[in-house]
Write a protein that binds this ligand. Sequence first.
Ligand code: ATP
Length: 234
Amino acid sequence: MLELKNVNVHYGVIHALKDISLTVNDGEIVTLIGANGAGKTSTLGTISGLVKPSGGTVSLDGKELNKIIAPDRVSLGVSHVPEGRRVFSRMSVLENLELGAYLRRDKAEIRKDMNNVYELFPILGKRNKQMAGTLSGGEQQMLAMGRALMSKPKILLLDEPSMGLAPLLIMEIFKIIKNINEIGTTILLIEQNANMALSIADRAYVIETGRIVLSGTSKELLASEDVTKAYLGG
Ligand code: ATP
């Protein structure tokens, strides 16, 4: 469904992505793992439309996205939860969720999706009227994910959802990511926490200084000595 073919990104003289090719099939969780600065966020940006490639193509269901602006990509089914969970801090939880659906007109379906979000994240229901900026870090991550789901995405792009969270909370967030996938959303997850990411993903790509250096099923990568040494602390 999602395909990147030889995607390159330059920031001035910095060649941040070098011929990135990857695919995410319908129904999969795919993870892109790599160290700080390897190019993970830039890769997601080329998919959601926040970063303009200097070469290569990004396509969804065979339709090329390169010339389509970011908000229109949301309508096509691409939803991006950025790093650092940028929620609207002076708006309530409910208002944040409603904003996630701002491009939609199907009121009954929106209500159904809102209920699904409350089922996935019961805490958001309890905190419905609370200002988003007063939520804990973990709750804000859940709200950012809930808001992204309100656009009814075909593919959800998650940028380091575990960042800055306590281990127990990380386990909870990953369990919810798995649930979101099981009820029908395809996921591309980028993570520095390779262990957790590989534990829920079907397949994975490893990115190093702007290049994909390894790919395979999560099982294959967990068994690879190179990956264990570089990314799994072994
Ligand atoms: P992190 O986990 O630290 O966010 P990352 O793997 O997501 O890292 P990117 O943020 O994609 O990596 O960055 C890839 C490279 O491009 C880095 O060397 C970074 O410094 C550079 N870079 C990213 N954004 C810009 C920008 N707007 N201008 C200049 N250089 C940039």
